[in-house]
Design a binder for this molecule. Structure first.
Ligand SMILES: Nc1ncnc2c1ncn2[C@@H]1O[C@H](COP(=O)(O)OP(=O)(O)OP(=O)(O)O)[C@@H](O)[C@H]1O
Length: 459
């Protein structure tokens, strides 16, 4: 890439990636651990989502292992149905992950607005997410937190899995045992504590499909304890007007996904895997070759003229953040200094900080095999020839260059926060925020709940 001249500065993009390599654009989200912002690479002009996590907060929330794990796992993943990692780096205050930007909003956002989704949308998202799951499971990765909040749409309306916070590698010979995930989407075998593998993601897919179809989850209760009992024992019930809303094939598919016996649950390895899933009558007429290449026709195109995210994040950032994100050079530490706790600082925290900083290594996809492949091989903006179904490792959908600049110009106002509609929505919705249901919606639980814990299954 070499040296590019920006108005205010000269940046050597051959040097290690840092925050200064990006223009900071608008804020689009906030998770339990960090915030998400749109950024643009100053060299390539490519736009991305920047997820940043305050290091001190990360330690305080005991989320270090989760963030390190997320960064590590994402480095291994390159799939058309995943928000792929492009860069990772840190400064003195924050850890940064730069990921594929999804302009279409998440399924929670759209479900909140629609109440229920049309069957062709549910079928399409179920199919694309299934491709993403099959890709992950082919690499012995289980996501464990599949729910509408964690499926993001791109501007065309294709679905992508995100939030690998509690995703984990598993080994065939060693079942996972941690109670991890968001309770309402958790498979019974997680709650039964007898060990589980990737089957749990197929159950969550069933819960998600049910929720998209009927606007409520299949198992509901007032307390976690009661919810757990319901998931473990209650019969699956459908609303009385189900036949007015969806086809019997859709109901059958959801029933099969929400089957407690994993040898009969649709999608699981034990029940015939993705082949049996694809053969289900609900997907009759689907060309899986095309779906797997992300060339299927999305039945819903997110509105590109308005932001498909909660604009209150932007306002919160502007009005309430007293330490706004800014590129700062890292302080040079004198030898041995990092080992010494600052005055009044707990030595255990200093130690944890150092471990976290060492483990959160720099990642730059342009300097990896997949990045080089995509930069040389593909047309800008084109999808790669990889399909999730084929499970070919390291193939990259390349979205750099001209096409992206065009995309950026289409969305420039939205990205930079000049869309009137969004600003108005943001102001109007401080009280009746569309994010309300997100706040009320299930938060991922780790073991022991409710505080996210670093005590996680590690292979
Ligand atoms: N790649 C992306 N492109 C566009 N928006 C994104 C992207 N990733 C996240 N977001 C937005 O930012 C929000 C916060 O994302 P983030 O992954 O930090 O938190 P989360 O999904 O709530 O998970 P958790 O709180 O468990 O970490 C999301 O809900 C989504 O609206």
């Amino acid at each position: 890439m070499g040296i590019a001249c920006c108005k205010e500065e000269e940046i050597d993009f051959t040097q290690e990636v840092e925050l200064n390599h990006f223009h900071l654009l608008r804020s689009v989200g906030k998770g339990a651990f960090g915030k998400v912002r749109v950024v643009q690479h100053k060299g390539t002009q490519q736009i991305y989502a920047l997820k940043y996590i305050n290091k001190a907060k990360c330690i305080k929330m005991r989320a270090v292992e989760n963030i390190i794990q997320e960064r590590r796992l994402l480095e291994e993943v390159e799939c058309p149905f995943v928000c792929n990692l492009r860069y990772a780096f840190q400064d003195d205050e924050n850890l940064f992950m730069v990921i594929d930007l999804m302009l279409g909003g998440d399924l929670r956002f759209h479900l909140d607005r629609m109440g229920m989704m049309k069957e062709d949308m549910i079928r399409f998202y179920t199919a694309e997410v299934a491709c993403g799951l099959a890709y992950l499971h082919g690499r012995r990765i289980v996501h464990r937190d599949l729910k509408p909040d964690n499926v993001l749409l791109d501007e065309k309306g294709h679905a992508h899995l995100t939030d690998f916070n509690i995703a984990v590698h598993y080994r065939e010979e060693k079942p996972l045992t941690a109670v991890a995930g968001s309770m309402a989407y958790m498979a019974p075998e997680i709650l039964a504590k007898k060990g589980y593998f990737s089957s749990v993601d197929w159950w969550s897919l069933g819960v998600m499909a049910y929720e998209l179809a009927f606007g409520k989850r299949p198992f509901r209760a007032k307390t976690n304890e009661a919810l757990q009992q319901s998931i473990l024992h209650d019969d699956l019930e459908f609303p009385s007007n189900t036949s007015d809303l969806v086809s019997s094939e859709c109901v059958d598919c959801i029933k099969l996904l929400l089957t407690r016996d994993i040898t009969k649950r649709l999608g699981t390895k034990e029940s015939g895997g993705l082949d049996r899933f694809r053969a289900h009558p609900w997907f009759k007429g689907y060309d899986w070759e095309i779906i797997g290449k992300k060339e299927g026709n999305p039945p819903f195109t997110p509105d590109s003229k308005r932001a498909n995210f909660d604009a209150t994040h932007e306002l919160e950032e502007l009005l309430l953040e007293d330490n706004p994100l800014k590129a700062k050079p890292r302080k040079k530490k004198k030898e041995g200094e990092e080992d010494k706790p600052k005055e009044g600082e707990d030595p255990a925290i200093t130690k944890e900080m150092r471990i976290m900083e060492d483990k959160f290594t720099v990642y730059d996809y342009t300097k990896t095999r997949k990045g080089l492949g995509s930069l040389q091989g593909n047309q800008p903006g084109s999808q790669s020839s990889m399909t999730a179904v084929q499970k070919i490792p390291n193939a990259a959908p390349c979205t750099t260059g001209r096409a992206d600049r065009q995309d950026y110009s289409i969305h420039k106002d939205v990205m930079e926060g000049r869309d009137a509609e969004v600003n108005m929505t943001g102001v109007a919705s401080m009280e009746s925020s569309p994010n309300k249901s997100r706040r009320e919606s299930e938060k991922p639980q780790l073991d022991p709940p409710p505080v996210p814990s670093p005590i996680m299954e590690r292979p």
